[in-house]
Design a protein around this ligand. Structure first.
Ligand SMILES: [Zn+2]
Length: 314
């Protein structure tokens, strides 16, 4: 009787929902603006609408479950703590509310954790059980699969791999602490470095790649051959590599997958990452780790929601 799974992703400015079959084949999708400023209750209503849209012509009882991912720390009840892009959120349990409305088993998780699950079940990590997923975009987040299971920590807040301290007196991170990886290698930090170098008189075409300088414009300039942009991407790659060395020593993953907008720089980013790892691991036994691009692109959070449901479905 069970035929469908629903994934919901609250990342960015959009609420996105997807319905797949039990093998992850995409059958329907919907997208609505989050309009976060309208407050938590209004966002919950729009989440309901997005789910209703992918349920069209389907019996809700044929759905094995709904999996929802959101940015920022979120516990297993779908309570988001201090959501970065959802102001006026209030004390809302998303799993409780969605379950009340649709009467289906509902599961929630941090979107980067779910992305790791998604890549493990449907993407570039299907054949390994020890996997680190890292996304490098406006922030740096991640998820860890260890021994085939998502590593959650005591309350579900583990794997904030972008907030490892690399320079004790480094630049201030979005979280307020100094020298975190995110403050050294995210899109905005790459853009900030570009702005500074240009102000110092560096010669570069970066300003031609968009009306303002962003991680995306630096990435595009780097791919077009701009030397300063390539240098800035390589520097980000160096710090990402250092962060991965820490994770490799602690977790010994077989594979590391990197997604997010900055990963579009391709080998310009991946080569300095791999070089840094080779140079900084404590022993050659750690050099065998595979460092590769993630596979699921913009759908990684949605497929992570689907994977989360399937994880609970015995
Ligand atoms: Zn931080």
């Amino acid at each position: 009787m069970f035929r469908w799974v629903i994934g919901v992703d609250l990342g960015g400015t959009q609420i996105r929902a997807i319905r797949t079959d039990l093998g992850g084949e995409k059958m329907a999708r919907s997208q609505l603006p989050t309009e976060a400023a309208s407050g938590g209750e209004a966002v919950v209503e729009r989440i309901f609408t997005a789910i209703e849209e992918v349920l069209e012509k389907v019996e809700p009882k044929e759905v094995i479950g709904i999996g929802i991912g959101a940015p920022g720390p979120m516990d297993g009840d779908g309570r988001i703590y201090d959501p970065p892009n959802l102001t006026e959120w209030g004390d809302i349990s998303l799993t409780e509310r969605i379950h009340e409305r649709f009467d289906r088993p509902t599961f929630a998780g941090n979107d980067a954790n779910l992305a790791a699950l998604g890549e493990h079940r449907f993407g570039a990590g299907q054949d390994v059980d020890d996997l680190v997923y890292m996304t490098v975009s406006t922030g740096i987040g991640g998820g860890i699969i260890s021994g085939g299971r998502l590593l959650l920590g005591a309350r579900g807040y583990a794997a904030e791999i972008g907030h490892q301290t690399l320079i004790a007196e480094g630049p201030i991170c979005g979280c307020g602490q100094p020298g975190h990886l995110e403050a050294l290698a995210s899109g905005p930090s790459i853009a900030r470095n570009a702005v500074q170098r240009l102000a110092e008189g560096a010669s570069s075409t970066i300003a031609d790649f968009g009306h303002e300088i962003t991680g995306k414009s630096v990435t595009e300039a780097a791919k077009a051959g701009d030397e300063l942009a390539q240098e800035l991407i390589a520097k980000a790659g160096f710090y990402i590599g250092l962060g991965l060395v820490n994770l490799i020593h602690i977790l010994e993953p077989q594979r590391i997958l990197i997604g997010g907008g900055v990963s579009q720089a391709g080998d310009l980013l991946f080569e300095p990452i791999r070089e840094t790892v080779l140079q900084h691991v404590m022993s050659p036994i750690y050099r065998e780790v595979e460092i590769q691009p993630a596979a699921l692109g913009a759908d990684v959070g949605l497929m992570g929601g689907v994977a989360l449901v399937l994880t609970h479905h015995k």
